[in-house]
Ligand binder design. Structure first.
Ligand code: UDP
Length: 493
């Protein structure tokens, strides 16, 4: 019988299956750690490069005795047209290869099923990324409850939910503002800012999203990287939509307390920890703006120049994570030829490559976070109590901006108008340009001394306290994780 567990030690066994994108892989490693801290045995399905890149953050936890191991499966890169060793979206030479990567990830199904077949007892639960469709079949085949993780907030889930129900976006023009009906707050967006699920023009992605929805509706439940106190009304409503099988268990990044873990989360940092901390220590508290546009967004060099000019004219100390994928050379050329680094060297730290984001955000010198509004980044900013400058690019990021700026009132928008969903999958699509004056104005508002700025900072600190409480024993997220595990245990008994 599939739903047995080892009664000898009464320990449940979860199989955790991440997706090949840092914004999904990183929090999935955190979920694995949290499950193990709650006494669950965890096996993480992974691949040769990712096990080192993402898995090493768990080394210490494993050494200390947490029951985590890896099921490392080969990826036949060249069979799928991928460069050797290329396992994640940020490593792709172009976004056009995202589909090939997704197909490569489908090939893991066979190895996972062979592994499960040999196991007795079988795993008690599969936690898989929502963008992977095959775990649905595998879970069915072996009668294992499947929990999905899609890395987004309850606010996003509810925005999507009301749009699916009302189809309010279908009767408006591309750039008309319209209200998302039936939400606790008056949320207005343009169709051009919605995730690709609501853009039938992008046919493949639209169809893919419909398959994801079908897969989600069959899953046993869903885990959310959020905490109830952050978005209470949305969490409650989403719970009702999911029949009480949605568990907010975040902020996941807070499961890493140790500096050495924080510094290697998601990749080996391209800056030395000591150099970085020494630079931050030399700055006044709350004076530095940290600008990072996530792990996969490939913002055009022309836009990055606007950002550079805004950081320069803000007159504040800043950290800028310079990344533009295959266009990095162009922006580096501009930095070099225009003397940008020379002009700003007294108050700037440029990071080329991977930044130790959660380590940086938790330093008291950081006073503002200029972000592309990826959900992990938003939650990491909230956890650190840092107000934000919001510059969304695609997918759920325009929703996240609304939550941060309008609902939580801890951020200022730069005023981006158009999403670039198509670019994510290789379509030719040009975003609307955001000018450096807009960026500078938002930076100044967030970093400013006036009452508005003070209030924003105060609210951000309060939310950070709530976030830290949520994950402690007795906190809402800790309790939810316990509830989830007990729920699965009840399936077994
Ligand atoms: N990240 C990091 N260093 C970087 C870039 C990103 O540590 O230089 C981490 C960041 O802390 C977050 C994740 O990568 O956990 C990015 O996820 P998010 O949802 O913010 O955006 P995405 O990259 O998926 O668009």
């Amino acid at each position: 019988m599939a739903l047995e567990y080892s009664k000898e030690h009464g320990q449940l066994h979860f199989l955790v299956i991440p997706l090949g994108s840092p914004g999904h892989y990183i929090p999935t490693m955190d979920i694995a750690k949290l499950l193990a801290q709650h006494g669950v045995r965890v096996t993480i399905v992974t691949t040769p490069v990712s096990v080192v890149r993402f898995g090493s953050i768990l080394d210490q936890a494993i050494k200390s005795g947490l029951p985590i191991c890896f099921l490392e499966l080969p990826l036949q890169y060249t069979d799928f047209g991928l460069p050797e060793g290329c396992e994640t979206i940020d490593a792709l030479p172009s976004f056009g290869m995202t589909k090939a990567l997704m197909v490569a990830y489908n090939s893991l199904q066979q190895g996972v099923e062979q592994y499960i077949e040999k196991l007795n007892p079988r795993p008690n639960c599969i936690v898989s990324d929502t963008f992977l469709l095959w775990p649905r079949e595998t879970a069915k085949k072996f009668q294992i409850p499947r929990i999905i993780f899609d890395g987004m907030s309850c606010f996003t889930q509810m925005c999507n939910h009301v749009l699916y129900l009302s189809k309010a976006h279908e009767s408006v023009g591309e750039s008309d503002l319209f209200v998302l009906p039936g939400l606790p707050d008056r949320i207005e967006l343009k169709r051009s800012q919605l995730p690709f699920a609501f853009n039938p023009g992008l046919k493949d992605m639209y169809d893919f999203q419909q398959n994801i929805r079908a897969s989600e509706s069959e899953a046993y439940g869903v885990v959310i990287n959020s905490f109830e106190e952050l978005e209470k009304e949305y969490a409650d409503r989403y719970q009702r939509v999911k029949g009480d099988r949605a568990w907010c268990i975040g902020p996941l990044s807070l499961c890493h307390k140790d500096e050495s873990e924080k510094v290697q989360r998601g990749n080996k940092s391209s800056i030395n920890k000591i150099e970085c901390l020494e630079w931050l220590d030399s700055q006044a508290n709350g004076s530095v703006i940290y600008a990072c546009l996530g792990s996969i967004s490939r913002v055009e060099p022309t836009q990055l120049i606007e950002l550079a000019l805004a950081l320069e004219s803000s007159k504040k100390p800043f950290i800028w994570v310079v990344r533009a994928g295959h266009m990095t050379e162009n922006i580096e050329k501009w930095i070099d030829e225009e003397g940008f680094q020379e002009r700003t060297k007294e108050r700037a730290l440029l990071i080329r490559g991977w930044a130790p984001q959660i380590l940086l955000l938790s330093h008291p010198a950081i006073g503002g976070f200029l972000t592309h509004c990826g959900w992990n980044s938003i939650l990491e900013g909230v956890s650190a109590g840092v107000p934000m400058v919001t510059w969304p690019q695609f997918q759920d990021q325009f929703y996240n901006e609304k939550l941060v700026v309008q609902v939580l009132r801890i951020g200022v928008s730069v005023g981006a108008q158009i999403g670039v969903n198509g670019a994510l999958f290789g379509d030719e699509e040009k975003p609307g340009v955001v000018k450096h004056e807009q960026l500078r104005r938002a930076i100044e508002m967030v970093m400013g001394d006036g009452k508005e700025g003070e209030d924003r900072r105060k609210r951000a600190k309060e939310l950070s306290m709530m976030a830290n409480k949520a994950i402690e024993v007795g906190g809402s997220s800790h309790e939810n994780m316990t509830r989830l595990i007990e729920d699965i245990r009840n399936q077994v008994n």
